[in-house]
Structure formats: structure tokens, C-alpha cells
Design a protein. Structure first.
Length: 618
């Protein structure tokens, strides 16, 4: 692993990049999926029943407007927020994927005042809706109702109307003697959702000629492959063999078509496809795609798809026989230009160093950096091996270390910073034993600011403390990610500013979603620090029971706790915990972490502790 990081600018690495660029669909697929925050599709029987009635209007001009009538139990709204997940990528055929974009969101409710925000996790558009903070809960109680009148079912629910526009759903099918128009969309993502009933009504200028619907699972869109710990769909189906599987059916009423679901549960979504006569809507509003079913006999089966998110709309250029050679030449030139563009923008920039500088020599690099004039930097474009180190860089904080190592700003750094603050005695974490994992509307964890210890040394640490606590000394959350994801973006931005202020990188670092780490360069000083980090990374990843004493820490527990934040940013926290599970008697639950439960398996207490932290952060 270490050698791979240090040789990424070598000639061999550039050749490998060129080969991968030629297969640009695969490269784009990896870039799209790698490192995305995982979406779990486990069962969530405690989530209250929620109903969604979706109405789709297709105008003659091709504008697609969606109006959703949403109904929630009042208690689920009063206890937190409700969400609506909308897929942005959906398999269309064995070789094609379709991409959807959303805009013009509006939310109205006569029952409550709502505020909402729209988040994008690159796989879903997430509309998060919650009651306005200024409005008090008006949930009727049964004790009050008995004094006046009986509580009606309508008093226990809240209605809201969500409207938005969606693009990418309309297509003109080509590849047959007569073209057809099509509407293709997923009104429900197979992520963890509370919807037990969903109907979709579609209205267009003409009646659809054929319609089908398909139940989606996380495996349909490769969501399970993102997280090895997410629920296995096959196991879930085996476990619930007594329950009927989800299904969908299409009903026709006049010129309107309605899709209804049955036995819908969390972890199952819906995809729909309607075919119309040619000219139903303007061709300028639709994309041209190759007809996956020219005989109208093939049924869409997302389970059989191979994931290629680079294919958002398939363009079929039908060339006449008389122009075959010209078409081939044009296609070859276009492919060459595209390959050159991808190679240029996907190649990694080489780090900078000073000629003759020893590996990991931070002191000399620091002195030369501040010389006037400083030596002219040169690029590193050859293989190099960093010296093994058993301590991290002394003058870099945990956040700066992670950002310089990855050359991007990641959620891993935010998690490591928080655990580092806890181990330093600035905060304490405790678990509420009465809240179940599946109850996302109730706070499960309590975070307490420890008083009398002063403020953290780093500016981004102080910002994190301020964003988490504000003026309070104690806050309750279900998980850090669900509560503070937007605020932590500000913390990560401050980490990037700190790295730049120390003259460690040439370009400003971006968030990991931008996928631009390969375009960032370390300065000679940043390269020297990075080589120290690489050496320490190698020591952490290659550690064994017989080499732990080389870290020169008093006890196994103190060694584990001190370097756990580094294992998190290096992506080897599980391996680090399993290593210390060989010494179960050395485990000590830290004073800053309080959990009512004990390790289920006493032979692996460190892994148990790490899993509790993971549930807290995510």
C-alpha cells in the first residue's frame, strides 16, 4: 500500500492511467462510487407508516412536473424530520443507465409549517423536511380528547404537498422502423424509507401504449457493494419468507395510468416505464436512446445490470451505408480527442521537492522553504520508498495529517478530529440505552462539553466545538452524520485552510465529493511531511503483536487509543482493532465514552468499541 502511494507519479503509473482512460466507462464508474457515504437498506419496522401519492404531469412542451401528496403520522413529524429520497441514476438496459436531475422544489402543508433542505449524496437527491422551529407541537393527546371528543384518525396524521420538476425522464426510442416516446423514472429509491404505500398517476397528451413497473432492491443499483456491513438482501428475504414480497401493478382509468404498490417495505423501491406514440411531446425535450426492446417484448430487470454510471443517455448515430467510412473516421477522431481529454484530466500531478533533499527531512525542507531566495523546486517522477516511522509528524495535527495524506477533505478527518478531542479530554460521549438503532427520530447519543480544560489548540477544533455545542454544554443526536454533516463541511474547509497556510500544498484542497485529489500537488515541505506520514502509515498497517513494542507506549490500551484517529484516516481502523483483540484483557473502556452495554464477544472488545464509535459517528 505504501509503495503504491509513493509511486503514483511514476512512468508505470502514467501508462496504467492511460490504459484505464481508454476504458473510460470503468474508470468513471469507480470514481463515481468509491468513498460515497454508505446507504443501509436494513429493515426498519419501527418507522411509522407513511403514504405517498405521486402525480406526474407531462406537458406538450416536455416539462415534467411531479406533485406528491405525502401523509405522515403526526408523532413521526413532531419527533424529528422526515425525508424523501429521489434516485439520480437508474439502470435502463444491460448497457445503458439513465440520469435524472431535479429542480424547483416547493413544500406546502395546511397542517404544519415546514422548513426543508435539499441534499445531494451523488446517488440520491434527499429532501429533508422538518417542522419550523418557531411552531409548537400540536399533537393531540388521548387524555385531553376524552374530555371533549374522540380523537379522529385525521388528527393523528399530517399532510403535505411536495412539488418539483424532473429532467432526464423523457426519451425518443430509436433503432426501430417507427420511433416511440417514453417516460422512464424511479419514484422511490430502494434506500431506507418509511413508505408503506405509494401510488403513481401519470397524465400526458396521449395515452400510453404499454406500461410496466419493477420493484427495485439495493442490489439492483449496486448500493450493497458500497458497504460490506449493509444488509444482505437475500438473507432478508430468507428471514421474511412468511411475508409476501413487494409487488406493483398498473391500472388504467380513461387517459390516466396509475401504478400501485403492494406490501412495500424499507429496502424496496420502484421503477416505472411508459411508452407513448411518437409526437406525444416535443423531441427537443427528450434524449435519444437506443431502444432496449425493439419488439416490445423485453421487460426491464435491474438485477441483471452491470453498473456504468458514465452512460447517462445513449446516443445512437445511424449512419447511412454511403457514409460508413466517413462515420468511422469521425468516430475514431472523436474517440481520440475524448481519450486525450480524459488522460490529461485524470493524470496525477507530481509532488514537488528540492534537489538532493533526503526522504522525510522536514527540518531541511522547512529551512529551504523560508530561504530568500529558496531553491527552485523539482518534480518527483520516480519510485520512492518512505522510511518506516513509529510516531506521526510531531508538528501536524490529526486533521492536517489526514488532509495532506489524502489530498482532499473527507468525513474520515471529521470523525478522527472528534475522537482525538475526546481522548484529549475536551468532550465526553454517552449512549441512551432506551433508543433502538432503527429509531432515527429519537436521539441516541449524548455529547457533553468538558468544562475547565480550556479551548483546543487548532482553529478547526474550536470551530467543531462551536458548531456542535453552540451555547450549550450538552447535546443529543441520533448520529453525528445525520445531525452535523453540513456543519462539518465548514470544519473540513478550515482544515484545508490550515494545510494551505503551512505551505504544504500548491492548490487549495477540495472536498472528497469533487474527486480532484489527483490534481493536487504537495510543496517540497508538504512532500517531506507526507513521507513521514507514509512511513507512519506503513508502521500502522504492517503492525503485528510482536512489533507493537516499537511504538514505545506504556500499555496496549493507550497505544490503541492514541493512534486510533490515525488508523481511521488511513482506512485501517478495523485491522487496528483486530490486532489488539489478541490482548482482550488489556481493554479499558475510556472515561470519555459511556455505554450501558458490554462487549458481546469478550474475546474481541476492541472491535466492539470501534463498532460503537462507528454507530455514533454514522
Amino acid at each position: 500500500m505504501q509503495t503504491r502511494r509513493l509511486t503514483r507519479n511514476s512512468a508505470h503509473g502514467r501508462l496504467r492511467t492511460f490504459v484505464f482512460a481508454c476504458a473510460f466507462a470503468v474508470v468513471a464508474s469507480l470514481h463515481m462510487w468509491w468513498g460515497i457515504s454508505p446507504v443501509h437498506a436494513d429493515e426498519n419496522n419501527d418507522v411509522p407508516a407513511t403514504i405517498a401519492a405521486v402525480n406526474v404531469e407531462i406537458g406538450k412542451d416536455g416539462r415534467v412536473t411531479v406533485t406528491e401528496k405525502l401523509t405522515w403520522p403526526r408523532k413521526s413529524v413532531d419527533s424529528g424530520f422526515v425525508t424523501r429520497d429521489l434516485l439520480t441514476l437508474l439502470p435502463y438496459s444491460s448497457e445503458q443507465w439513465r440520469k435524472f436531475s431535479y429542480s424547483n422544489f416547493r413544500l406546502e402543508s395546511a397542517d404544519r409549517d415546514f422548513v426543508f433542505d435539499v441534499l445531494d449524496d451523488t446517488k440520491n437527491i434527499i429532501v429533508r423536511m422538518q417542522p419550523s422551529p418557531e411552531q409548537e407541537s400540536t399533537t393531540p393527546t388521548h387524555s385531553d380528547a376524552t374530555e371533549t371528543k374522540e380523537v379522529s384518525p385525521e388528527d393523528d396524521v399530517i399532510h403535505a404537498t411536495l412539488t418539483y420538476d424532473v429532467e432526464g425522464t423523457l426519451a425518443t426510442l430509436v433503432g426501430t422502423e417507427s420511433s416511440r416516446n417514453e417516460f422512464f423514472w424511479s419514484p422511490l429509491s430502494p434506500t431506507r424509507h418509511p413508505y408503506t404505500s405509494l401510488t403513481l398517476s401519470l397524465n400526458a397528451a396521449r395515452t400510453a401504449q404499454s406500461t410496466n413497473c419493477t420493484i427495485l432492491t439495493p442490489a439492483s443499483i449496486d448500493l450493497n457493494s458500497l458497504d460490506p456491513q449493509s444488509t444482505n438482501t437475500d438473507d432478508a428475504e430468507e428471514k421474511d419468507a412468511d411475508n409476501p414480497p413487494p409487488s406493483c401493478a398498473v391500472k388504467k382509468s380513461g387517459s390516466s395510468l396509475t401504478v400501485k404498490t403492494k406490501n412495500l417495505t424499507a429496502g424496496f423501491g420502484l421503477a416505472t416505464r411508459f411508452e407513448f406514440p411518437s409526437g406525444t411531446f416535443e423531441s427537443s425535450s427528450a434524449i435519444s436512446v437506443y431502444d432496449p426492446d425493439p419488439d416490445s417484448s423485453e421487460t426491464m430487470n435491474p438485477e441483471d445490470q452491470e453498473f456504468d454510471p458514465t452512460w447517462t443517455d445513449a446516443i445512437d448515430q445511424e449512419l447511412e451505408e454511403s457514409s460508413q467510412h466517413i462515420g468511422l473516421i469521425f468516430a475514431g477522431v472523436l474517440a481520440l480527442v475524448l481519450t486525450t481529454f480524459i488522460v490529461y484530466h485524470s493524470r496525477r500531478k507530481a509532488d514537488l521537492t528540492f534537489d538532493g533533499l533526503e526522504r522525510a527531512d522536514v527540518d531541511t525542507a522547512l529551512s529551504l522553504t523560508h530561504d530568500d531566495p529558496a531553491p527552485k523546486p523539482i518534480k518527483i517522477a520516480k519510485d520512492a520508498v518512505a522510511p518506516l516511522r513509529f510516531i506521526p509528524p510531531a508538528t501536524l495535527s490529526i486533521g492536517e495529517t489526514g488532509a495532506l495524506w489524502a489530498l482532499e477533505l473527507r468525513w474520515n478527518e471529521a470523525t478522527a478530529i472528534l475522537i482525538d478531542l475526546a481522548s484529549q479530554g475536551f468532550i465526553a460521549v454517552s449512549e441512551n440505552p432506551t433508543v433502538r438503532d432503527s429509531d432515527e427520530s429519537s436521539p441516541r447519543w449524548s455529547i457533553t462539553r468538558i468544562t475547565g480544560v480550556g479551548d483546543p489548540a487548532q482553529s478547526y477544533q474550536r470551530i467543531l466545538m462551536d458548531r456542535v455545542f453552540g451555547e450549550d454544554e450538552n447535546v443529543s443526536v441520533h448520529s453525528l452524520h445525520s445531525r452535523y454533516a453540513p456543519q462539518f463541511l465548514e470544519v473540513l474547509s478550515e482544515v484545508g485552510q490550515a494545510v494551505s497556510a503551512k505551505s504544504l500544498v500548491v492548490q487549495q484542497l477540495d472536498h472528497e465529493v469533487a474527486r480532484r485529489a489527483h490534481r493536487k500537488q504537495r510543496t517540497p515541505l508538504g512532500r517531506a511531511y507526507a513521507e513521514q506520514i507514509f512511513g507512519f502509515e506503513q508502521a500502522i498497517k504492517s503492525a503485528t503483536a510482536s512489533t507493537l513494542e516499537r511504538f514505545e507506549v506504556d500499555s496496549y490500551w493507550k497505544l490503541f487509543e492514541r493512534y486510533l484517529p490515525y488508523a481511521i484516516i488511513f482506512g485501517c481502523a478495523d485491522e487496528w482493532a483486530r490486532l489488539f483483540d489478541e490482548f482482550p484483557e488489556s481493554f479499558e473502556q475510556p472515561s470519555w465514552f459511556s455505554a450501558p452495554s458490554t462487549p458481546v464477544d469478550n474475546s474481541a472488545p476492541y472491535t466492539w468499541f470501534l463498532n460503537r464509535l462507528r454507530e455514533f459517528t454514522h
